[in-house]
Write a protein that binds this ligand. Sequence first.
Ligand code: FES
Length: 124
Amino acid sequence: MWGAAVAWIVVSFVRPPRSGHSFAERVLRVGSVDELAVGQARLVHHGREPIFVVRVDEDRLVALAAVCTHLHCILRFDRDSGAFACPCHDGAFDLSGNVLKGPPPRALNRYRVEIRLGEIYVHV
Ligand code: FES
């Protein structure tokens, strides 16, 4: 009886989920690339970690966590400097997510972003 119970537990951990992950579960649709001007950022709500999508130039987008790595304040995007500023303790991050100044201990999480048929998608 114990053997069967242990085997069931082991199999339930090893077996892949029944439904697997669909495209919609792993990818966030952000919107039309035409609606995001060069130099502009869009805050996308996603679970506990909102994401900034920034259009760096005509062809390049970046997607970064909008949550400061210090004490988890939500960042602001400063279009003029092209950097993310933390309102809590004056931390700052560049467009690659690297720490520019302040107490944040590490870079921001980065996400893969792509354009398909004019729509922006972020892989989460
Ligand atoms: S929470 Fe961002 S610098 Fe402290």
